[in-house]
Design a binder for this molecule. Structure first.
Ligand SMILES: Nc1ncnc2c1ncn2[C@@H]1O[C@H](COP(=O)(O)OP(=O)(O)OP(=O)(O)O)[C@@H](O)[C@H]1O
Ligand SMILES: [Mg+2]
Length: 204
């Protein structure tokens, strides 16, 4: 199996930005959020199973999944959250496995926002990379990108591992307090390191 790096970080810390930079350098990027999104499009297996278990009230008039309603439900109802996860997690993991099998890049970066919280991916990754920034940047960047209030961003952060706990478990850390060009240079240095690790492992 291809050499795998697990990329994680708190909401808005820069996971997608970093993943794009790795992809531009030739790494394969497997993004569990994108997979989850694809699996919950009308016609996809996750969509069908969610509607079967949660009901047709979660379909919008245009036919798509009512993501806002589902998000609100699972935020206030732990059993509903567990039910949704039991539908989606196995489907996402199966798709990640398929993508890894078909991967021809020197190594793969799997983006898993809750890498340490869910633990499911830890056995598959050879290296854990955390992208980190301070809480004020995290909140400002998330608010600028989404329509969430500061209180809503903080509520999501409270469901994720505290920053220091995440950092403690990292093999590598990308400090994302810099401009994007500096971030890309740090990604390029890690890309060289991961390419060398992957090459060393691939040798007979
Ligand atoms: N170094 C940076 N300088 C300025 N803006 C940045 C920087 N890094 C990321 N951003 C911006 O901050 C926002 C959040 O970044 P990004 O989407 O990469 O984070 P994420 O960790 O993937 O978020 P999520 O948890 O919501 O998936 C984006 O709008 C991105 O363009
Ligand atoms: Mg992202």
């Amino acid at each position: 199996m291809v050499y795998c790096v697990g990329l994680t970080g708190g909401i808005g810390c820069g996971k997608s930005t970093v993943a794009q930079a790795f992809e531009a350098l030739g790494a394969a990027v497997i993004d569990t959020d994108s997979i989850s999104h694809a699996l919950t499009q009308p016609g996809a297996p996750g969509f069908h199973e969610i509607i079967r278990q949660f009901g047709a009230d979660f379909v919008l008039p245009q036919g798509g999944l009512d993501r806002a309603k589902l998000r609100a439900l699972i935020f206030s109802d732990a059993a509903a959250k567990a039910k949704l996860e039991s539908i989606l997690h196995p489907l996402i993991q199966a798709q990640v496995q398929t993508d890894l099998k078909h991967c021809h890049a020197p190594y793969a970066v799997i983006v898993v926002p809750l890498l340490f919280e869910t633990q499911s991916y830890l056995a598959w990754v050879q290296r854990k990379l955390v992208v980190d920034c301070n809480e004020s940047s995290q909140i400002a960047r998330t608010m600028a990108r989404s329509h969430l209030s500061e209180a809503e961003v903080r509520a999501i952060m409270a469901t994720q591992l505290p920053r220091q706990e995440r950092l403690k478990q990292a093999d590598d850390i990308l400090h994302n307090e810099c401009d994007l060009e500096t971030l890309r240079l740090s990604v390029a240095a890690l890309h060289d390191k991961y390419t060398a690790f992957a090459t060393a492992i691939a040798k007979p």
